[in-house]
Design a protein around this ligand. Structure first.
Ligand code: PYC
Length: 321
C-alpha cells in the first residue's frame, strides 16, 4: 500500500446519491492532493499512493460492496466543470455512467451547476452531461465500440457461453447465448455466481479487450418486464456486486453491439431496464470507429455527510481483502 495518513486528515465531505438504485458517493472535500494533471494522471497517483483513501470511502464499515465513489478533481480543460475519478470496493473504473448522473445531481444539489450542458473530464476521456429541465441527466459517453463478436467460452460446470466484447468506458462481455437464466431480483445469488464464473473463464481463456484490457464486467440480457422497454439486463461489476441500475457504460457497450449488428439506428431510442426495474433511455450518434451513446436517467440525493477517519479506529481505512 502507498502512503498512510498518520494524522487525522480533514473530515471528508461527501454527498450520496443513487441512480436507478445504484449508489454513488461523491467526494467534494477532504480528498488527497493528486498534484493536478489530467484525470488519467491523477488516477495513477491515487492508485499508487492513496488506495487506502479509496477503501476508507467505499468499503465497510462506512460503505458497502455496491458503493461507487466519485472523487472530484480539478480538470485540465477549462471547459470542463470538473474532473472525476470513479472507484469501487476493489479498485478503479475508467468511466461510470450511473456515477456521472449522480455527480451531476450532487453538483446541482449544491447549486454548483445550472440546467444545460456540462463537460466532465474522466480518466478515459471527456464526456458531456446535460441537466435537463425535468431534472434528468443525459450523459454523452466516450466513443464506444464492439471489439469482438461471437466469442465462445466453455464455463466449467455451467456450459458453453457466447458473447461480444465491447468498450463503453470499461470492458464488457455481453452474453448473447448460453444457458437460460431468470433475470429476477430473487435470483441474484445465482446470477452473481454465474457471471463471476463467466468472467473467470474468459480470463483463463485469454479473452481480453483491446490492448489486453481486462474484461471486468459481464452482462446478461433477457426480455423486459415492462413492455415499454426493449431489454432487461443483469450487470456484474468488478468487485462482485451487481449493478442496481442498467449500467451506463454497459448500456453504451450494448448500443455499440446493436449498432454493429444493424439492429439500432442512430437516433433511435433504446430503453434498457435493469434487474431492479430502473430504466435508462438511450440513443446514439455515429462517431469515427464507433458510436457516441447518450444515456438518460435520474439520480436522487439521499445523504450529505462528513466521514471521520479517527486515528484510534483500527478499521478507519475500511475492511478489504
Ligand atoms: O453505470 O457505468 C456504470 C457503472 C459501472 C459500474 C457500475 N455502474
Amino acid at each position: 500500500m502507498g502512503s498512510d495518513l498518520q494524522q487525522p486528515g480533514p473530515d471528508i465531505h461527501v454527498i450520496d446519491t443513487h441512480t436507478g438504485g445504484e449508489p454513488t458517493r461523491v467526494v467534494f472535500g477532504g480528498g488527497p492532493d493528486l498534484g493536478g494533471g489530467t484525470a488519467a494522471e491523477q488516477l495513477e497517483l491515487f492508485r499508487a499512493d492513496w488506495d487506502n483513501f479509496r477503501s476508507a470511502v467505499v468499503n465497510e464499515p462506512r460503505g458497502s460492496d455496491v458503493m461507487v465513489g466519485a472523487l472530484l478533481v480539478a480538470p485540465t480543460n477549462a471547459n470542463c466543470c470538473t474532473g472525476v475519478i470513479f472507484f469501487n470496493n476493489v479498485g478503479y473504473l475508467g468511466m461510470c455512467g450511473h456515477g456521472t448522473i449522480g455527480v451531476v445531481a450532487a453538483l446541482a444539489y449544491r447549486g454548483a451547476i445550472a440546467r444545460g450542458d456540462h463537460r466532465i473530464e474522466t480518466p478515459v476521456g471527456e464526456v458531456s452531461a446535460e441537466l435537463l429541465e425535468d431534472g434528468r441527466v443525459a450523459v454523452e459517453n466516450v466513443a464506444s465500440y464492439r471489439y469482438r463478436a461471437g466469442v465462445s467460452v466453455d464455463v466449467p460446470d455451467y456450459g458453453l457461453v457466447t458473447g461480444d466484447v465491447a468498450w463503453g468506458g470499461n470492458w464488457f462481455y455481453l452474453v448473447t447465448s448460453g444457458p437460460e437464466e431468470r433475470l429476477e431480483l430473487v435470483n441474484t445469488s445465482r446470477l452473481t455466481d454465474v457471471t463471476l464464473r463467466i468472467r473467470d473463464a474468459l480470463a483463463k481463456a485469454g479473452v481480453t479487450g483491446a490492448a489486453d484490457g481486462y474484461i471486468d464486467h459481464v452482462e446478461l440480457f433477457g426480455p423486459p418486464r415492462d413492455a415499454a422497454n426493449n431489454s432487461r439486463n443483469f450487470v456484474m461489476c468488478p468487485g462482485g456486486a451487481y449493478d442496481r441500475s442498467p449500467c451506463g457504460t454497459g448500456t453504451s457497450a450494448k448500443l455499440a453491439c446493436l449498432a454493429a449488428d444493424g439492429k439500432l439506428e442512430a437516433g433511435e431510442v433504446w430503453r434498457q431496464e435493469s434487474i431492479t426495474g430502473s430504466v435508462f433511455e438511450c440513443t446514439y450518434r455515429d462517431a469515427p470507429g464507433g458510436i457516441l451513446p447518450r444515456i438518460t436517467g435520474s439520480a436522487f440525493v439521499n445523504a450529505e455527510s462528513r466521514l471521520i477517519l479517527s486515528p484510534s479506529d483500527p478499521l478507519r481505512w475500511g475492511i478489504r481483502a
